[in-house]
Design a binder for this molecule. Structure first.
Ligand code: SF4
Length: 446
């Protein structure tokens, strides 16, 4: 079909650290840089999905702007698009506003969606011709139709309009073919959306959509498509918490087991309670699960979720050992800066990480993303720093801490990073990782 319109989809991707000292420290830390590189090089599944929902007569260009230069802007303008649509996280929203103003000045219609736009559509509306709040699949077709009829609305929302809520049984295969595939070391698929739990800092669990699962036969179609373009892919699931529904998860894992691929996902500690699930995980070649342990301080875990998460606090070590005994490596995530955290919490975290059997670790600072319970609480207490969106990197301080000054918290975090990602500790975790993966081979041989 003849293309009569053009849209450029831009992912404002990449990890940023505003604090220069911390940024420079991070650049020298091997374990930290490895994971950052992986995250930075993941394609935007949301935009590839929108591309699949774009009518045939629209030409679609996909672009990632980790950083951008005047040359990039000139190249984008030279494409002469009708619409430029951004997907932007909070940390890159100011840059998105800046680019949007430049493109709108040139008469290009700008649309902004993603987590920040879904949290604060009124703010984003000031900087765009249209905002997508929530799920984009149904909205996107409607928005393009409205554009062509010169009837574009300022906000399209699946959170306030049930007609725009998407049923994953209608999911289309993302347009992976738009990617310059050699640039990537992993591709993403989404098997679940949202999370049914309500951790107080979590922006992922309900900002875009309520918790839902994709039908297994559609996930198969996505994997088949990936295998058409990549022989032995590494898949990263773009899920918030994959194995909430254990029965459905087992069907998913049986499907994964039929493909020759390595893969990674995020989940919660309860998988340790299900040996059948762990066996299927190992058999399907899951290399690593990332689990939010949140803190070594039980009061801090309680402040995140005083229900199921808190009740599992005492089981961490047993659970990590159990999961890893099946040959699946665990990447444990810790958040620092809770109101109940003190300098002692930093020391204890360091000690825990130093002596635990974790194959990998991730440490981040508590961050009040807009519209989370944490954000509402800190806002009410007048503790949010001014204009901090660009600091929502997970590595910058964004609020007035309780037991530290801002500078003290920054320094404690920097010290912890330096210690946790020191060469000897990274090496220790690498050997645990290798040993864990070798258990799987032994299990399969037996
Ligand atoms: S379990 Fe994970 S994904 Fe679910 S609400 Fe908590 S932090 Fe968010």
């Amino acid at each position: 079909m003849k293309k009569t319109r053009k849209v450029i989809l831009i992912a404002m991707s990449g990890v940023r650290v505003v604090n220069e000292r911390l940024f420079n420290t991070g650049l020298t830390l091997p374990g930290f840089v490895d994971r950052s590189k992986v995250i930075a090089s993941l394609p935007s599944l949301g935009l590839l999905t929108l591309a699949a929902h774009t009518p045939e007569h629209w030409e679609v260009v996909y672009k990632e702007l980790d950083t951008y230069s005047e040359n990039d802007v000139a190249e984008l303008l030279a494409e002469k698009p009708d619409i430029i649509a951004f997907s932007a996280l909070t940390a890159r929203i100011y840059e998105t506003y800046e680019l949007s103003a430049r493109f709108r000045k040139k008469g290009i219609t700008v649309v902004i969606g993603g987590l920040h736009a879904s949290s604060l559509p009124n703010e984003v509306q000031e900087h765009a011709d249209a905002v997508i709040q929530g799920e984009g699949e149904i909205i996107w077709g409607k928005l393009l139709e409205d554009y062509e009829r010169n009837m574009l609305k300022p906000v399209y929302s699946s959170l306030s309009n049930p007609a725009y809520v998407f049923d994953l049984k209608d999911a289309r295969v993302p347009k992976y073919e738009l990617l310059d595939i050699d640039k990537y070391n992993r591709l993403t698929i989404q098997t679940t959306r949202g999370c049914p739990y309500h951790c107080n800092f979590c922006a992922a669990s309900r900002t875009i959509s309520s918790y839902k699962k994709k039908p297994i036969e559609l996930i198969k179609k996505e994997l088949d498509k990936i295998f058409e373009i990549w022989e032995e892919p590494f898949i990263e699931l773009a899920d918030d918490n994959t194995f909430v529904d254990k029965k459905w998860s087992k069907e998913l894992l049986k499907l994964f087991g039929t493909y020759n691929m390595k893969w990674f996902t995020e989940t919660d500690i309860t998988i340790a309670e299900d040996e059948e699930l762990l066996s299927l995980l190992a058999a399907s070649n899951c290399m690593q699960v990332l689990i939010g342990l949140e803190s070594v301080n039980s009061e801090s875990v309680k402040s995140v979720d005083d229900g199921w998460k808190y009740t599992h606090f005492d089981d961490y070590e047993k659970a990590i050992d159990k999961i890893q005994s099946f040959g699946i490596t665990v990447n444990g995530c810790f958040v620092l800066g809770f109101d109940s955290d003190t300098k002692e919490t930093f020391r204890e975290t360091q000690e825990y990480i130093k002596t635990s059997n974790l194959s990998d670790v991730q440490i981040t600072l508590l961050t009040p993303f807009p519209c989370t319970d944490l954000y509402n609480q800190l806002k009410q207490e007048g503790r949010l720093l001014k204009d901090y969106w660009d600091k929502c990197t997970l590595f910058d301080v964004t609020y007035v801490p309780k037991n530290f000054t801002v500078e003290e918290l920054e320094n404690e975090f920097q010290d912890l990073m330096t210690n946790v990602y020191a060469e000897d500790l990274v090496e220790r975790r690498r050997s645990i990782l290798k040993e864990t993966l070798s258990k799987r081979n032994k299990l399969v041989t037996l």
